[in-house]
Design a protein around this ligand. Structure first.
Ligand code: ATP
Ligand code: MG
Length: 394
């Protein structure tokens, strides 16, 4: 038998004339996520999104769609004719499942009658369907105030729809609806979470990673690629740009004061990321910085680091506590990879006394010892791109 799933997408519906475009992107992303599921069709009519699926596939389809950005909730639904007997069978089935699976003991029926030509009033229909359910399903009673389950019956022009549970989904906006950003992706806990949050608001993310081979190992790079893959599983696809950063770091070490090393390194990262962004037609950069977390993330540091670019630098985690970031990392599946021990290029050159309040003039003075433009151009030239696409649970 064919099952139907109602797809609800909250915020998109607020977007006025952009709505059609948003819906188009959402449908595209859903199709991508459902690739390989047999007999699945997406319907989109009358402001309502429905997925039709083979009964055996329903739980698979549900769990995939739960992770599509833009979807707020889902309900498996039964579609019947405009006929009380058919509706009643669907109500009884839905309730029997709720008793068996969720151990529901009390229920309520809520009828919405969009089709005003249907001969019964909402309350009357609810009473009739409720009466039949009480006869057919044992171990369940009516409770209109605090029911374990509410069964919704929507009477529409051509058909009726019956559903019980609402399965929550990830929410946000469909990936691709908000333009493309460059995520400065390290192997740490924070930046993958920052990238995920940018995706959740509809941004398509391209990862930019600074790698200092041979000071950092192949395994350190593999770890970041694994993180990019996990982000691709969420967002459909992630291009990752790996920047060979060794020369830049070596030059900084050689020519700049130790205490300013981290600040200057970050400034170089932003310059290079901006140039990659320009070539890739990105619109903003995203980092995993969180205010006050480490020496390079004080406001004074951010001020000096940010001074090299006029691009928007988005910091989705700026006000988040570490424990909350860690919880989110576990939820999205990046935590276990992030905590693997391999060094990234920053931990490697950490000075004993990094400046927590660097002065812009002082940093600019120290940078005169570097051939900034040449270093940026060479690093960009030697950047390699790799593309990760969603594995969709296969
Ligand atoms: P994360 O857990 O994201 O590494 P962190 O708390 O370790 O963050 P820092 O090491 O100070 O913080 O890095 C701050 C931000 O700079 C990171 O969130 C990331 O966006 C960027 N960054 C740091 N190192 C790299 C790198 N090797 N490649 C790309 N981006 C980096
Ligand atoms: Mg880090």
């Amino acid at each position: 038998m064919t099952q139907h799933i109602i797809v609800r997408y909250g915020e998109i519906s607020l977007k006025g004339k952009n709505r059609a475009e948003f819906e188009r992107i959402l449908v595209r992303n859903m199709k991508q996520k459902l690739a390989g599921c047999k007999g699945v069709r997406i319907h989109h009519t009358g402001g309502r999104m429905m997925v039709e699926s083979d009964e055996t596939q329903v739980s698979n389809v549900l769990s995939r769609l739960q992770n599509v950005f833009g979807i707020v909730s889902l309900s498996p639904a039964k579609v019947t004719g405009l006929d009380v007997d058919q509706m009643s069978t669907a109500v009884v089935d839905t309730l029997s499942d709720a008793v068996k699976v969720d151990h529901a003991r009390t229920f309520k029926i809520e009828v919405r009658r969009a089709n005003k030509r249907f001969p019964m009033q909402s309350l009357e229909l609810a009473r009739v369907l409720g009466g039949r359910a009480l006869q057919a399903v044992s171990d369940i009673t009516v409770d209109v105030h605090h029911p374990d389950i509410t069964v919704f019956v929507e009477v529409r022009d051509q058909e009726a729809m019956v559903y019980g549970t609402k399965v929550p989904a990830v929410g946000g906006m469909p990936v691709g609806s908000a333009g493309r950003v460059g995520l400065l992706l390290s192997g740490g806990i924070d930046s993958p979470v920052a990238g995920w949050l940018a995706m959740k608001r509809g941004a398509e993310v391209e990862a930019i990673h600074f790698h200092s081979y041979p000071f950092t190992s192949e395994r350190a790079l593999q770890k970041v690629e694994d993180l990019a893959q996990i982000l691709a599983d969420w967002g459909g696809r992630v291009h990752m740009h790996t920047v060979h950063f060794t020369d830049v770091q070596t030059e900084i070490r050689k020519h700049c004061p130790d205490s300013l090393g981290i600040t200057i390194m970050r400034r170089m990262m932003l310059r290079i990321a901006e140039e990659i962004g320009r070539r890739r037609k990105l619109l903003a950069l995203v980092t995993g910085e969180s205010l006050g977390q480490v020496a390079s993330q004080t406001l004074e540091s951010m001020h000096v680091i940010n001074a090299v670019t006029r691009w928007p630098v988005l910091r989705p985690l700026v006000a988040e506590d570490k424990v909350d970031i860690m919880r989110r990392a576990r939820q999205i599946g990046t935590y276990e990879t992030s905590i693997l021990p391999y060094e990234d290029c920053c931990t490697l050159f950490v000075p004993k006394n990094p400046a927590t309040r660097p002065k812009l003039a002082e940093v600019e003075e120290a940078e005169r010892a570097l051939a900034v433009e040449r270093l940026v151009a060479e690093a960009v030239e030697r950047t390699e791109m790799k593309t990760f696409t969603a594995r969709n649970g296969e």
